[in-house]
Design a protein. Structure first.
Length: 487
């Protein structure tokens, strides 16, 4: 029996056919037909293969039956949103087929994971047939760039990792009490006055409109959509510091660099509030090509339910008026929601009844349980960074859970997907971030991509071993979980 390659996430069907491998040579080329939307994909394939092989790989924009090619092909013109793909490799060639550019990106990262270095130094792709498709359409990572700012170059490293594990949604938590991280046309003081701070007095930062466009484009080429979050009506101290007309006294609030939550708020009866929500969400929607904008809605601890519901409705109306769909943290399930609203489940300590009711009314649930998917939780009591309020999350905890039965009473069809989250109270730089993300991000990615009957912890802990050398090659910090026999 030929050895079965160790891919993460595990594909739906993988057959090692046992023939001779494809060997990457001086003359290997990437071949696509000349469709404009495939050029970026071909460049990505040539770039990724080129990085691994250390030589530049040519692209040809014409189909041919020539050997020694990696051929990318779209099998339909209207497969938008379909991420399924097929990969067939043998000694002569590698064929990647999909129904959309995003499907081809998934195939390309599978190809990258298939590459092995032979004893003679040559790079090989074993002979396989893979047919694959995701379980969930929403496979995300939420990053808190507000508690500590994450520079664009570091964010791109994380986007590269997301794509490597076939995640497709980058949720940016852009605003909070400690800082405002996105330049917004209608409210220039948000970044002028409220971007310089982070937790503990650490330096801040923000993304200009151009930076944001660059992040969106970098992610898009890798099949990752950006969902921006402007957190209201709580977690708003950065906004009330920049614009005093959002407070009853008219005075700006002080900067905040601690890590308490729940104290800051908007006021429904102030005239400035409605304008702020309408214009800020319109600006953010305009900058964002994806379908969704996140309104936050979490942990508003100093407001009556009626005012909270009014402000959630105002934010949601602003998002919809700008042509986007609404996502909010689970607290919004206590308010009336339009069908199709995405409710992001995070706090497993509360009564599930509002989520069941929201699902019955047509809401969709995105699963980010703090006790499994909050990747800023410590692995164990000895982890130097991170928090512990949702418990310790070892690798197996992040892997061994089932999204469709997580919230009792919510039907499986109401679950739109799975999203990991990383909050940055204690995480100040890229090594800190990746030491918490890796290896757990790979586990969450498999929960989101792979059908439950294909998932198995013992199998995963064997496959994940091969990722260690990959992270080492990239120079990334990662956690050597004692649950895995790393080489
Ligand atoms: C959250 O963790 N406050 C969404």
């Amino acid at each position: 029996m030929p050895a079965v390659p160790a891919l993460i996430p595990k594909p739906a069907r993988l057959e090692a056919t046992g023939g001779d491998p494809f060997v990457i040579s001086e003359s290997t080329t990437v071949v696509v037909n000349g469709r404009p939307d495939l050029i970026g994909i071909a460049v990505l394939a040539a770039d990724l293969l080129g990085r691994v092989t250390g030589r530049s790989i040519e692209i040809r924009y014409a189909e041919s039956d020539a050997p020694d090619v990696v051929r990318l092909r779209l099998t339909t013109a209207d497969g938008e949103g379909d991420e399924s793909y097929k990969l067939v490799s043998n000694a002569g060639r590698v064929d990647l087929e999909a129904r959309s550019p995003a499907g081809l990106v998934r195939a390309i990262v599978t190809l990258r994971q298939l590459l092995t270095t032979a004893p003679d130094g040559s790079l090989r792709v074993p002979a396989v047939v893979i047919e694959d498709a995701p379980r969930y359409a929403w496979r995300g990572l939420s990053i808190d760039v507000a508690r500590h700012f994450v520079a664009k170059r570091d964010l791109k490293v994380i986007i590269g990792l997301m794509a490597h594990y076939k995640l497709n949604v980058l949720h940016l938590h852009l605003t909070d009490d400690q800082g405002w991280r996105l330049q917004v046309r209608s409210r220039p003081q948000l970044t002028r006055l409220s971007s310089g701070t982070s937790v503990n007095g650490d330096p801040g930062g923000f993304y200009t409109a151009d930076d944001y466009a660059d992040i969106v484009a970098f992610a898009s080429v890798r099949g990752v959509r950006v969902v921006p979050e402007i957190d209201v009506p709580g977690h708003v101290n950065a906004a009330t510091h920049a614009y005093g007309n959002l407070t009853p006294s008219g005075e700006p609030t002080d900067v905040y660099t601690g890590i308490e939550v729940g104290f800051s708020r908007l006021y429904a009866d102030l005239p400035a509030t409605g304008d702020f929500l309408r214009e800020v969400f319109a600006d953010v929607a305009e900058m964002t090509p994806g379908d969704y904008v996140h309104i936050g809605g979490d942990e508003v601890l100093t407001m009556e339910p009626a005012e909270y519901a009014t402000l959630v409705a105002a934010a949601s109306d602003a998002v919809r008026a700008a042509g986007k769909k609404v996502v909010g943290w689970q607290e919004i399930a206590s308010t009336p929601l339009e069908p199709g609203t995405v409710v992001q489940y995070w706090d497993t300590r509360v009564d599930p009844a509002p989520f069941v009711a929201a699902a019955e009314a047509g809401a969709l649930l995105l699963m980010s349980p703090g006790s499994k998917a909050y990747l800023d939780m410590k692995y164990d009591a000895s982890t130097p960074l991170g928090l512990e309020w949702a418990g310790h999350i070892e690798l197996r905890d992040a892997y061994d859970w089932e999204p469709s039965t997580l919230v009792p009473g919510v039907p499986a069809e109401s679950v739109i997907g799975v999203e990991a989250a990383i909050w940055t109270e204690t995480l100040r730089d890229l090594p800190a971030l990746t030491s918490m993300l890796l290896p757990r991000l790979a586990a969450i990615a498999e929960v989101a991509w792979t059908e439950p009957e294909q998932r198995d912890w013992e199998d995963f802990r064997t496959r994940v071993v091969g990722q260690g050398p990959f992270w080492d090659r990239l120079g990334l910090s990662w956690y050597r979980s004692p649950q895995v026999d790393w080489r």
